[in-house]
Write a protein that binds this ligand. Structure first.
Ligand code: ADP
Ligand code: ZN
Ligand code: ZN
Length: 734
């Protein structure tokens, strides 16, 4: 009997057996439709075998329904990487495989391009007076729509438009039908030209480019440690050039969509090769097309965010991870992979170089350099502007503040604005105030779903829970004592914007946070608005810290970051240091002198001292040593069991049980260490309690084996079936 083993995208850590008709040849790595319970599901064939096992026959295996692919949809290396990753992250193979491919493929669409016919407006259609169609209202309506969007010809009924209406418009020359064939450009490498002049590299850049080029035909993991504005991008460009001339492809990962657009422009200005973007704003068809082009070798450069890592490449040449320290490389739900780590593994498997660039490398990465796994190259000089940043710490103790701004800072803002420059203020807290308090009875407005205080959003006239996004109107009086004296406590970006408008009524003030720029286009508009120059004050959250280039910003201030100095999360200081360097790096990027002001109540904190006086790398070294002395990652490894349920008791009980089981089954391992059950950083969210159990071990392999042994046991614990249990390998937050 011939059996195929299929991986299905369900949260069960096993494969499923089916029989297949002899005349239909299944392919490993290809998709199949199979019956599953009462449903039909799409899965991936993982293995085939012949058996005479009567036991299996008795089980009456079902037959597969349909074979969808004639060849594997995974490249050989991706297939191996994904299988490895499923094992490493203890995630069901079916979920890993399916998650790595475009949605349309998950749904069973074919792996062929589908050329589309599209109705598009003509010049005449755009300029003609809409009144002239007043006797043909249907055509008029269609034309108005066409002025906004192009219409796929077989989808026009979605808009209540008929074919004859379109034909009529076509006859009048107001629109035309175009075949949107995807360009097949399989020989871009035959005519690569370098557009524009390359700058003359400085000494550090020469060393970096030459070192990487010299060995760019096999696996090496490079850390490109370069301070902000040291010209890392130019190094990427020059090493990618070498890869392209060998007709190989480059895969470039960046932390955010906004940055994909910034970097694609830089690469387009340099190379006349096909470049594709992969990010969450693509629609499903576009995503599939990009995937196909890369797989067929038709695109030369693929730029994308985290999940772009799984883009198949016909001729892989190099992987580049920009801002490698960024936390967005870690997927935080479902399959919780770390794209940076997987990228290194992919480069290793494909035997190609990988370059990880950052001004503030992750401690993990520096640790890997220390262990000799990665090689470090340094760019320690700014290009163009040789003026080092002026840094100043403002001791807030006893100062009278206006909207969280100290008098010294206000004075500084004024002088930078007078010099026609721009100012950037960083505060990682959106809304007007994080707390609304009753002045009479100390009642605090709290979200019931999360037992977490509501944030006051003055513009929207709403209270919003930042955990679950629950919204309600601002109450006019206290529900406990009916007092009308409700006061906002603490400061958010909205409040600073308000105060700044009072302080600087004639100056453009732009707030950049999730509330003002939720959508990608508005965000672009804001960035363009800033970069067209002229004095202005920007207030922003985390969003603005990531690699954006603001040439006219000369003053940067971090308004309130003290929380990080005293956090219970051991990673908070690392994050703070990265944030400080990244935010201050927004100042003085062009020719102008940059200045940074840090407001704090703890100017003598040892961390601040080392960071400001000796820089990030000294800080990192010290912190790494500290972590070594207390046996924290990266010197040891963490796995976190996260449990979630509406019943807090169940959650704690389950985790306690897991801990007991584990402790009893591994009595002889003296290196293992447990912490928990403990409440998570957000202990309640959307009515669900969230706790975790941390397991630490100095050996990754031992920890891995332990969990592998343990997982089948968990399934037998009755509580584990009722409570949502998530395994987070190498967690970055608790
Ligand atoms: P980073 O990514 O390290 O922050 P960028 O690559 O954005 O820095 O470089 C900052 C600026 O310096 C860019 O405008 C870039 O074009 C320019 N630049 C890079 N290398 C050189 C060079 N060797 N000579 C002159 N300008 C350079
Ligand atoms: Zn009250
Ligand atoms: Zn809530």
């Amino acid at each position: 009997m011939s059996i195929i083993q299929v991986a299905l995208p369900i949260p069960l850590n096993r494969l499923f057996n089916y029989i297949y008709p002899k005349d239909n040849k299944p392919i490993i790595g290809g998709r199949v439709i199979v019956p599953f319970g009462t449903r039909k599901m799409i899965g991936i064939i993982v293995s085939l075998y012949e058996t005479h096992d009567c036991h299996l026959q008795k089980k009456k295996l079902k037959e597969i329904e349909k074979i969808l692919d004639k060849e594997s949809i995974f490249t050989k290396s991706l297939w191996n990487i994904l299988k490895w990753a499923a094992n490493y992250y203890h995630c069901p193979l079916g979920e890993v495989l399916m998650n790595s491919i475009p949605i349309l493929l998950r749904q069973g669409k074919s792996t062929c391009y589908k050329p589309k016919s599209i109705w598009q407006i003509t010049e005449k259609g755009r300029s003609i007076g809409i009144e002239s169609l007043k006797n043909a209202p249907k055509q008029q309506k269609a034309l108005i729509l066409l002025r906004q969007i192009s219409l796929v010809s077989d989808k026009i009924n979605k808009y209540n438009i008929t074919n004859s209406v379109m034909q009529a418009l076509n006859n009048k020359g107001l629109c035309k039908l175009i075949e949107n064939e995807l360009p097949v450009n399989n020989n871009w490498y035959n005519h690569i030209t370098i557009i524009g002049a390359k700058p003359k590299l400085n000494k550090d850049q020469v060393i970096a480019v030459n070192s990487i080029k010299k060995e760019d035909n096999h696996y090496t993991a490079w850390l490109l440690a370069g301070i902000t504005s040291s010209g890392k991008t130019e190094v990427y460009l020059q090493i990618v050039e070498n890869i392209l001339t060998r007709s190989q492809q480059a895969l470039i990962l960046v932390p955010e969509i906004g940055l994909t657009i910034q970097i694609i422009n830089i690469f387009r200005k340099r190379f006349n090769v096909p470049i594709d973007l992969v990010h969450s704003s693509l629609n499903n068809q576009e995503r599939l097309n990009v995937w196909l082009r890369a797989r067929r070798g038709e695109s030369a450069i693929i730029i994308g965010t985290r999940s772009a890592l799984f883009t198949p490449l016909a001729r892989p040449g190099i992987i580049i991870i920009d801002e490698e320290h960024d936390n967005s490389y870690k997927q935080q739900d479902g399959w919780r992979y770390q794209a940076r780590d997987l990228a290194v593994y992919r480069a290793y498997k494909e035997n190609i170089p990988i370059v990880m660039g950052s001004a503030t490398p992750a401690l993990e990465t520096l640790y890997n350099v220390f262990k000799g796994k990665y090689r470090q190259l340094n760019l320690m000089n700014k290009t163009g502007n040789t003026n080092l940043l002026l840094q100043q710490v403002i001791d807030l103790k006893g100062l009278s503040l206006i909207g969280g701004l100290s008098p010294i800072l206000i004075q500084k803002i004024r002088s930078h604005i007078c010099a026609k420059n721009q100012v950037l203020l960083f505060l990682n807290r959106r809304g007007f105030s994080p707390i609304l308090l009753c002045h009479e009875c100390s009642w605090i407005a709290e979200c019931n779903n999360c037992e977490h205080h509501y944030t006051l959003h003055q513009y929207k006239r709403q209270l919003i829970c930042h955990y679950c996004n629950n919204k309600k109107l601002i109450p006019s009086e206290c529900p406990e004592c009916n007092s009308k004296n409700l006061i906002p406590v603490g400061i958010g970006t909205e409040q600073i914007e308000y105060k700044l408008n009072k302080l600087f009524p004639d100056i453009k003030i732009l707030r950049i946070d999730h509330d003002t720029t939720r959508n990608q286009n508005t965000f672009r508009e804001y960035i363009d608005n800033i970069n067209c120059g002229g004095p202005c004050i920007l207030i922003g959250t985390q969003m603005i810290t990531k690699g954006y280039h603001f040439p006219d910003v000369t003053l940067v201030s971090l308004l309130n970051v003290d929380g990080a100095l005293f956090s219970s999360d051991f990673r908070a200081t690392e994050r703070f240091a990265q944030l400080y360097v990244q935010v201050s790096g927004r100042a003085g990027r062009a020719k102008k002198q940059g200045e940074v002001l840090l407001q704090t109540y703890y100017p003598n904190h040892p961390l601040l001292k080392i960071l400001l006086n000796k820089g990030y790398f000294a800080f990192a070294e010290k912190t790494l040593l500290e972590r070594k002395s207390v046996l924290l990652p990266p010197w040891t490894n963490h796995v976190l069991f996260r449990a979630e349920d509406t019943d807090c008791n169940k959650v704690v009980k389950l985790l306690q049980k897991l801990r007991n089981y584990l402790e009893n089954s591994i009595l002889n391992d003296k290196f293992i260490w447990f912490m928990g059950p403990l409440p998570s950083l957000q202990p309640k969210k959307n009515k669900r309690w969230r706790w975790h159990l941390l397991i630490q071990h100095p050996s990754r392999k031992s920890l891995q084996e332990l969990i592998n042994k343990f997982l089948p046991i968990i399934d037998k614990i009755p509580e584990a079936r009722k409570v949502k249990l998530i395994l987070d390998v190498d967690p970055i937050e608790s």
